[in-house]
Design a protein around this ligand. Structure first.
Ligand SMILES: NC(=O)c1ccc[n+]([C@@H]2O[C@H](COP(=O)([O-])OP(=O)(O)OC[C@H]3O[C@@H](n4cnc5c(N)ncnc54)[C@H](OP(=O)(O)O)[C@@H]3O)[C@@H](O)[C@H]2O)c1
Length: 164
């Protein structure tokens, strides 16, 4: 099964110039705790923004460029939806970690979303799609711990796909 993990601003911004716009220590820790030991699926741009391979996670990277290669046993480059069918059908939770293109591409196949909702608008160039509450049900909401680096509040919200 696929789950999305994302941190988004109040106005749905998730990044600018291929970077994140905030640094929230607890959120990064949560990302690490949730994704370690699992498959993480991402777009080529998000992979490049990571600046390296994240330990103990299998990286599936979408690219349309047949020449894009990463020589690492924990990396697989994919060019089509067909190649990720096994992760959609898997009983294991696989995490879709962005960016916008890949969230849009895979959202129809996702069952659960871990969304860090930042209570502030940001200026950026990349948006998370609007969460349609007819499709998604909020199942938990918890305030994130105060971060000394940031003045804004944020919440950890979990959504599950509603039964059809
Ligand atoms: N706040 C968050 O939680 C969060 C999480 C992740 C990312 N971000 C931010 O999001 C931004 C990056 O997002 P983005 O939307 O620009 O890029 P992206 O989704 O990370 O990557 C886009 C790339 O994926 C490949 N791709 C897209 N659709 C494809 C398809 N149908 N088949 C095969 N390959 C496909 C293409 O690679 P090629 O060009 O190689 O063909 C495309 O250029 C950055 O600012 C990043 O910091 C934020």
């Amino acid at each position: 099964m696929l789950s999305i993990i994302v941190a988004k601003a109040q106005n749905n911004i998730i990044g600018k110039d291929n970077k994140l716009l905030w640094h929230i220590k607890d959120d990064l820790k949560r990302f690490k705790n949730l994704t370690t030991g699992h498959v993480i699926i991402m777009g080529r741009k998000t992979f490049e923004s990571l600046g390296g391979i994240l330990p103990n996670r299998k990286h599936i990277i979408f690219s349309q460029n047949p020449d894009f290669k990463v020589e690492n046993e924990n990396v697989k480059i994919v060019h089509s939806m067909l190649e990720i069918q096994e992760y959609i059908e898997s009983e294991e939770e696989c995490f879709v970690i962005g960016g916008a293109m890949i969230y849009n591409l895979l959202m129809p196949y996702v069952n659960k979303m871990y969304v860090t909702e930042i209570h502030k608008d940001f200026e950026g160039d990349t948006f998370f799609p609007k969460i349609n509450l007819d499709v998604w049900k909020e199942v938990s909401r918890e305030k994130g711990p105060k971060d000394l680096e940031n003045s804004f509040d944020y919440e950890y919200v979990v959504y599950e796909r509603r039964e059809k």
